[in-house]
Write a protein that binds this ligand. Structure first.
Ligand code: CUA
Length: 309
């Protein structure tokens, strides 16, 4: 099995099939309209050319239904296309309980991935066929963009925040991975391969990993090493929020807002703790900016996700 040739672009994910359907529909509709306009234009240009004996008296009276028809038919058509595309776009970010979360970090000039079971890889991403995945992207330096043409997905990795994208690989094979945001000298070389394998084969691949402990288990150790447990343990004397089952919960903040505790929220709580202070607690949490690597933040979040009652 080799990487797809450049002149063939397979549709290897659910996203790819949906994006292609929109693309070819828009191409068909606009192509048909363009063609129809040019045919009519040519016909009028010839029929009413200077000196032609065509009848120019008695212009047709305005017909209301006809006028309404050509105003509202295209309007409905294009609003329909908009709604369709918006639904597909919204789906990239929809929460999906079945999706495996993989943390991907961009860095001049490589992509690093961390699987939930702890396995790490660089410039390669192994995925199981038919298993929905959610990529949580971050960067250690400048803006990069995670781009897999065969999946029709492209998502920026932006300094200081998490971005996500969700899709399901639907075709086994090896596909190109690129960086699609100019990020310096070796931008053009930044990338690698995405390998989509049958689920059994993928499990075998995971088990031959270089890391025996899951990401959550690594996070559990960090939770102690970095001193988080000193305040966040239920029997701590410090008044800090209990983190049992925090992931996915709605958190009420001191300034009256409510947020869902997702990956971006948990990350911001570690790095920018003064920004979203939980209602009923003093803003005493120190910032861990500069003290946690992207990999450590990913491990801590994975640990918090599994920390359920
Ligand atoms: Cu990273 Cu371009």
């Amino acid at each position: 099995m080799s990487t797809e040739p450049l002149w063939i672009l397979p549709a290897a994910s659910d996203t790819a099939q949906r994006v292609d359907a929109i693309f070819f529909t828009v191409l068909g509709v606009t192509g048909f309209v363009t063609l129809a306009i040019f045919v009519v234009m040519a016909w009028f240009a010839i029929r009413y050319r200077a000196g032609s004996p065509a009848d120019r008296s008695n212009p047709p009276a305005s017909k209301l239904p006809l006028e309404l028809g050509w105003i509202f038919t295209p309007l409905a058509l294009f609003l329909g296309l908009f709604a369709w595309a918006a639904a597909v776009y919204g789906d990239f970010y929809r929460a999906d309980a079945r999706a495996t979360t993989i943390f991907v970090v961009g860095k001049q000039w490589m992509w690093k991935a961390q699987h939930p079971d702890g396995r790490r890889e660089i410039d390669e991403l192994h995925l199981a066929l038919g298993q929905p995945v959610r990529l949580v992207l971050s960067t250690e330096d400048v803006i990069h963009s995670f781009y897999v043409p065969a999946f029709r997905i492209k998502q920026d990795a932006v300094p200081g925040r998490y971005t996500t994208i969700r899709f399901t690989p639907t075709k086994a094979g090896i596909y190109r991975l690129h960086c699609a945001e100019y990020c310096g000298t070796d931008h053009a070389r930044m990338g690698g391969r995405v390998i989509v394998m049958a689920p059994a084969e993928f499990s075998r691949w995971l088990s031959t990993g270089n890391e025996s402990r899951s990401l959550a288990a690594q996070g559990f150790d960090l939770f102690r090493e970095k001193g988080c447990s000193g305040c966040h343990d239920p029997n701590s004397t410090v008044h800090a929020p209990d983190l049992e089952g925090i992931y996915g919960r709605t958190v009420h903040l001191a300034d009256g807002r409510s947020v869902v505790a997702d990956e971006p929220y948990l990350r911001d709580s570690m790095l920018l703790p003064k920004r979203d202070v939980v209602a009923g607690y003093a803003p005493i949490m120190p910032s861990f900016q500069g003290q946690l690597s992207e990999g450590e933040i990913a491990a801590l979040i994975s640990f918090l996700k599994e920390k359920k009652q």
